[in-house]
Design a protein around this ligand. Structure first.
Ligand code: GGG
Length: 347
């Protein structure tokens, strides 16, 4: 029997119960489809930071490298650790070290979920560049705390980085409905974003079957609200992709439904799967967070591992649960009730 080694990093706040809930579903899917998931749990989190002074050990990346995949919950507990410290100490180093340059985020309504637009029929796949751009971390501050203080943060766009994410976007569009929206703000950002636009035009020559449309991010934000059904694959830089996918989460009914996959398309290192949402300190101990985003992320993990049948089964079970109205409204059902409904539908 095939066994997949999965690193679990539940992280902070609701990340812990979301990973626990998703894991029961994924294990059950494995049992039904003839494979095993073997979990190794890592306590890396803001609690770990308070105990050790770091979000993960110095050899954390090398510890994760042999795993087949990583399932992560949420990172951040701002009351204890500044967000910029926790994010740059755990999530971002993993994405960068493992060359998980494509962050895939699907946005569609699950059956039974109404969504704020009162509109059905959209199915958007956002592709977020995941290792450079505005998240590069290049910059610094001088004259700190004085009237002359200066803070600089440089967005870095490399030819290799931009080309590979655009090609990934074109490939996804080719495999779906053949439409790619490339998002920039090249009227205002005349170096990096003009470069991105030029690369889009150049690469489009290799994909004559894909209809590519450039958008400015402000226009894309409006389109995602006014006419989401006109969109297929949307590709954007790291920060723009992050913001647009929170909007995507909103139109699909909330962050409780927003799944994501940090993919290393070359498979030279493990990919990582996580819900889009964060640790949600305001509801962390209430037992009402929705595990569907993490379960869906887990289904994306199964698909990446080559277990397409199990992945489809998990999504069928999620959809059967939401079609019955389970977990479709924030706070309506408890975490364990939603997970149990999915388990029941899985059989
Ligand atoms: N689910 C992972 C998590 O905690 N995400 C919150 C977050 O702020 N992530 C940063 C990012 O994806 O840019």
């Amino acid at each position: 029997m095939t066994t997949y080694r999965i690193a679990l990093i539940p992280g902070d706040g609701i990340g812990v119960p979301m990973v626990d809930a998703a894991w029961t579903v994924l294990e059950r899917a494995g049992a039904r489809h003839g494979f095993q998931l073997s979990a190794t749990r890592f306590p890396w989190s803001c609690d770990f930071y308070r105990e050790t002074g770091a979000m993960m050990p110095a050899d954390g990346i090398e510890t994760l490298r042999p795993f087949d995949a990583i399932l992560l919950g949420a990172v951040g507990w701002p009351a204890a650790v500044p967000d910029a410290v926790s994010l740059h100490g755990l999530l971002l180093p993993i994405r960068k070290a493992f060359r998980q340059y494509a962050n895939i985020r699907p946005h569609r309504l699950l059956p039974g979920v109404e969504g704020p637009l009162r509109k059905e029929g959209f199915d958007i796949l956002c592709i977020r560049e995941n290792t450079e751009g505005e998240y590069s971390g290049a910059g610094g501050r001088v004259h700190v705390g004085t009237p002359d203080e200066v803070a600089v943060e440089t967005a870095i766009f490399t030819r290799v980085g931009v080309e590979r994410i655009l090609r990934f976007g074109f490939e996804q569009a080719r495999a779906r409905r053949g439409k790619l929206a490339s998002v920039t703000k090249s009227n205002a950002q005349k170096h990096t974003m003009v470069f991105w636009d030029e690369m889009t035009t150049a690469i489009a020559a290799d994909y004559p079957d894909v209809e590519v449309t450039p958008y400015h991010i402000d226009a894309m934000a409006a389109r995602m609200v006014m006419a989401p059904e006109t969109l297929d694959v949307v590709v954007a830089s790291n920060l723009f992709g992050d913001i647009l996918t929170d909007l995507g989460a909103a139109i699909q009914g909330g962050l409780g439904f927003a799944a994501s996959a940090n993919i290393n398309p070359d498979r030279t290192a493990p990919s990582m799967f996580e819900p889009v949402h964060g640790s949600a300190p305001d509801i962390a101990h209430l037992g009402i967070a929705n595990p569907i985003a993490t379960i869906w992320s887990g289904a994306m993990m199964l698909e990446h591992l080559g277990e397409q049948g199990a992945a489809a089964d998990v999504m069928r079970a999620v959809e059967a649960a939401t079609a019955r109205g389970i977990g479709t409204r924030p706070g309506q059902d408890r975490t364990d009730a939603i997970a149990n409904a999915v388990l029941q539908a899985l059989g």
